[in-house]
Design a protein around this ligand. Structure first.
Ligand code: 2M8
Length: 413
């Protein structure tokens, strides 16, 4: 096991190595572009040792923001054949070549942390970003919100790509008329750690539908075949709104619009409570069914500022069965798959957000448990994309940006 200082240096090296000049890729090869929430975490990681580089990361990310406020999930700065689906398949309609969907809005909360940690540049960086963040959050409230729950229109939007939460909604899609395509991810990573071809066919079908509508939200709204309210998105936006409101207040802005969003989401997230499951769960808006999934996103309630004690027994039950962080799916479920991506493995960023939420909720002991399990995973197994939650086996890509960032900003302590 490496010592803390050696790991700090290694983590910094991972970030430097994945730096492509102003933006950071999640990992070399497998993901050669700038991803939305990865990039916000990269900025947070850089902020621990190179503040100007941290602000630069956020700037290049928002350079890709669309006129309607949407911040794309991938920005294709330079074409790279090692990733599919690339810029031509997506044909995003923003100022830079991009995808056509978004990702969880962690940016405002991480920007707030970066700003409060080091005020060297005063208000200047946040002043520049405030309206951009506000426009993005407003876009969510206009185009991804139903009854105060934030929904996704593609599994890639939640960032939890192949989570069992989407199984039913994905199965309802009939992927007709898709051209033959060649996946690149499985040439970098063992296919048992990645989504199946069945899933990919449907992912691509959804992308094709968006592209054919030129990503026009209004015409897509009427045709959507995938519309699932997601705890990741809902709790993350709830927190991001609270942080944006506080940033706005500090800058002397009128934050009443954000206050309205917060109240609306606070009510909305209560609808994500599945009483049969005794857990927060995803909810398929098209069918009116809960998805029956206790996932790492279910534990994001505290991060969203909902101090719900009902999730504590679930936390204790699951965390006593694992050693390397919160699994992405309930280990007692028949769908739990310890190596397959978002169907079982533990993810450093999710652990960090759950840990921060627990600490805010006054659950210090539990916060320490999840932090120390994440610490163990990284110090024993390195900066992997994700980890087998039972034995820590590193999985997916290696030298991963957000795992290094989480180490520097949270797990190392
Ligand atoms: C994974 O998703 C991408 C598609 O967006 C992929 O598998 O090709 C997810 O883990 C997502 O949350 C993450 O942002 C992205 C890059 O790390 O990889």
């Amino acid at each position: 096991m490496l010592q803390r200082n050696e790991l700090d240096i290694k983590a910094q090296k991972v970030l430097r190595k994945n730096d492509r000049g102003g933006y950071t890729v999640p990992t070399n090869g497998l993901y050669p572009y700038q991803w939305n929430w990865d990039s916000a975490f990269a900025a947070y990681g850089f902020a621990q040792f190179d503040l100007p580089r941290a602000w630069k990361e956020v700037e290049t990310l928002f350079d890709g923001q669309w006129d309607n406020g949407m911040l794309p999930h991938i920005i294709f700065h330079k074409v790279n054949e090692s990733y599919f689906p690339g810029p031509n398949v997506w044909a995003g309609v923003g100022p830079l070549s991009s995808s056509g969907i978004t990702q969880p809005p962690v940016a405002a909360s991480l920007i707030r942390r970066i700003w409060e940690k080091n005020t060297t540049y005063g208000d200047k960086p946040v002043r520049k970003l405030y309206t951009k963040l506000l426009n993005w959050h407003r876009w969510f409230m206009n185009w991804r919100c139903e009854n105060g729950m934030i929904y996704i229109t593609h599994p890639w939007e939640a960032g939890r790509d192949n989570a069992p939460d989407w199984d039913e909604a994905i199965a309802a899609i009939n992927p007709t008329d898709i051209e033959p395509y060649k996946r690149r991810d499985t040439s970098f990573v063992d296919p048992v750690m990645r989504p199946t071809k069945y899933d990919y066919d449907r992912y691509i079908w959804l992308v094709n539908q968006g592209r054919e509508c030129q990503w026009d939200e209004l015409s897509l709204r009427k045709r959507r075949k995938f519309k699932v309210a997601d705890p990741t998105m809902s709790f993350i936006l709830l927190r991001a709104n609270r942080d944006l409101r506080d940033i706005g207040r500090a800058l002397g802005q009128d934050t009443s619009e954000i206050e309205t969003w917060i109240s609306y989401l606070e009510e909305g997230v209560s609808l994500l409570w599945n009483s049969e499951l005794c857990s927060y769960d995803s909810f398929d808006i098209l069918t009116g069914n809960y998805t029956g999934s206790i996932s790492n996103a279910s534990f994001m309630c505290w991060y969203g500022g909902i101090y719900d004690k009902r999730m504590l027994p679930q936390f204790d039950r699951i965390m006593t069965q694992v050693r390397y962080g919160m699994p992405s799916h309930d280990p007692e479920s028949t769908k739990f798959d310890r190596k397959r991506y978002w169907r079982g493995p533990s993810w450093a960023i999710m652990n960090m957000m759950i840990g921060i939420g627990l600490e805010d909720a006054g659950e210090k002991k539990r916060a320490d448990i999840i932090r120390s399990q994440t610490h163990l995973a990284i110090s024993e197994k390195g900066f992997a994309e994700y980890f087998d939650p039972l034995d820590g086996t590193p999985a997916g890509g290696n030298s991963f940006t957000w795992t290094a960032a989480v180490w520097l900003g949270w797990a190392k302590n």
